[in-house]
Design a protein around this ligand. Structure first.
Ligand SMILES: [Zn+2]
Length: 80
């Protein structure tokens, strides 16, 4: 049986963690949305998602409003 515990890398601190513990986001037209089950996904570890500085950096890097990114991260946090 295949082990279903993929390791993914946080886009900010490059720490490798189990996919389950990372927040999964998606790139659509070079902008970030919550993962919708298709397309290119990116991952963010919990520590980075809670860091004001890191979230600012991601918002800048992907040209997304910081408030929009914060809302997505909060949603993900709530939904586990
Ligand atoms: Zn991280």
């Amino acid at each position: 049986m295949k082990k279903n515990n993929p390791i993914r890398m946080c886009i900010t601190c490059r720490k490798r963690e189990s996919q389950k513990t990372l927040m999964r986001l998606q790139l659509v037209d070079n902008s970030i949305v919550a993962y919708q089950g298709f397309g290119r996904s990116i991952y963010l570890c919990r520590a980075c998602s809670l860091s004001e500085k890191k979230v600012n950096g991601i918002a800048k890097r992907f040209r997304i409003e910081r408030s929009v990114l914060s809302t997505i991260l909060k949603e993900l946090e709530k939904n586990g």
